[in-house]
Design a binder for this molecule. Structure first.
Ligand code: HEM
Length: 300
């Protein structure tokens, strides 16, 4: 249970650490869209602590001992003698670099921080089934899993940025704030479509390799397939909400702005929809944290 909780928290932190600053690069309309230096630093420090806890939990599982009884030699062997250990080291170096640059503000450093966060997030592919394959098929699986993680991070990070934007009190917002909010929402819809397409393509590759055509039939009895099915059901609801934001709620906000009205109703509806979408995304990450600890049908 502890290992699943640490995986979940690590997914969430590393996805926000990547996707939120990324949103500030392509969705930037006002200063509110990106994390501040202290927000970035705290996200990075928590991700580093979770990574240490994750390594201890993984070493304990591999050595078959309690996390409190893990010895130094086993940790050293995991860190320096396994591909997962190398990925972990890359993540720690990337996080240390982001922490060092947290308060530096320039376009080039902004891109560098997102690149290091992408490396930290991609390193999670070595903690689940992503790096379990061999030869060409294994390489396809690894690349698909890394793209899957980054697409999921981009979507979830944008949800945090948009969520914070619409969470602001309408009475304190100027029409300029509302216009840039509308631009940010409108600007996200194109990027969002790309993230969803990448998730479906790489998710299908993952499903094909880890479940396989025969495994689909095991829906009735295999916990891995059942959890994946629940994940896809939640994903479908998230897609519905995203479509509603794009085709109904964002245009409603724009209509109010054109009419010169304060769009408090549209803002309330957007706030509710984005909060539900973010809650569903958190549930998807909880399921995936669990999925990564189960044996997929194709490996049985
Ligand atoms: C909101 C949308 C989605 C999110 C946030 C999401 C997130 C994730 C994450 C974080 C992983 C773990 C990767 C790892 O640790 O290596 C994962 C794995 C996976 N995803 Fe998704 N995913 C989404 C949509 C999809 C879709 C649409 C499919 C299928 C078409 C899919 C199929 C899979 C499969 C089969 C795995 C491998 C699970 C394992 O580690 O055994 N995902 N997903």
């Amino acid at each position: 249970m502890l290992a699943i909780a640490i995986r979940f928290a690590l997914y969430a932190h590393l996805m926000v650490l990547f996707g939120w600053p990324l949103f500030a690069l392509y969705g930037k309309r006002d200063k509110a869209s990106g994390p501040s230096g202290s927000q970035l630093l705290s996200l990075t420090l928590v991700a580093a602590l979770l990574s240490v806890a994750g390594m201890l939990a993984m070493t304990a599982t591999m050595s078959g001992v309690a996390i409190t009884n893990v010895d130094r030699d086993s940790i050293a062997a995991m860190v320096f003698e396994t591909p997962m250990g190398v990925a972990w080291l890359v993540r720690m170096v990337a996080l240390a670099t982001i922490a060092a640059l947290a308060f530096v503000r320039s376009p080039v450093v902004g891109v560098a921080k997102v690149a290091f966060a992408a490396a930290a997030l991609a390193s999670l592919a070595w903690t689940g089934h992503g790096a379990a394959g061999e030869a060409t098929k294994g390489m396809v699986q690894l690349v698909a899993d890394i793209v899957h993680l980054l697409a999921a991070g981009a979507w979830i990070g944008a949800l945090v940025a948009l969520g914070l934007m619409v969470a602001r009190n309408a009475s304190r917002l100027t029409s300029a704030n509302f216009i840039s909010m509308h631009h940010a929402l409108d600007g996200f819809s194109n990027a969002g479509t790309v993230f969803v397409a990448l998730l479906i393509i790489t998710g299908s590759i993952n499903t094909w390799i880890l479940v396989g055509p025969e495994g689909i039939g095991l829906l009735g009895g295999d916990p891995y397939v059942q959890l994946l099915a629940i994940k896809l059901a939640l994903f479908t609801v998230m897609l519905g909400l995203a479509a509603m934001n794009r085709f109904r709620l964002t245009p409603a906000l724009s209509r109010d702005l054109v009419a010169g009205a304060v769009p408090s109703g549209a803002l309330r509806a957007l706030r509710r929809s984005i909060a539900i979408e973010a809650g569903l995304a958190a549930s998807v990450l909880a399921i995936v944290a669990w999925l990564g600890t189960l044996v997929p049908p194709a490996s049985l």
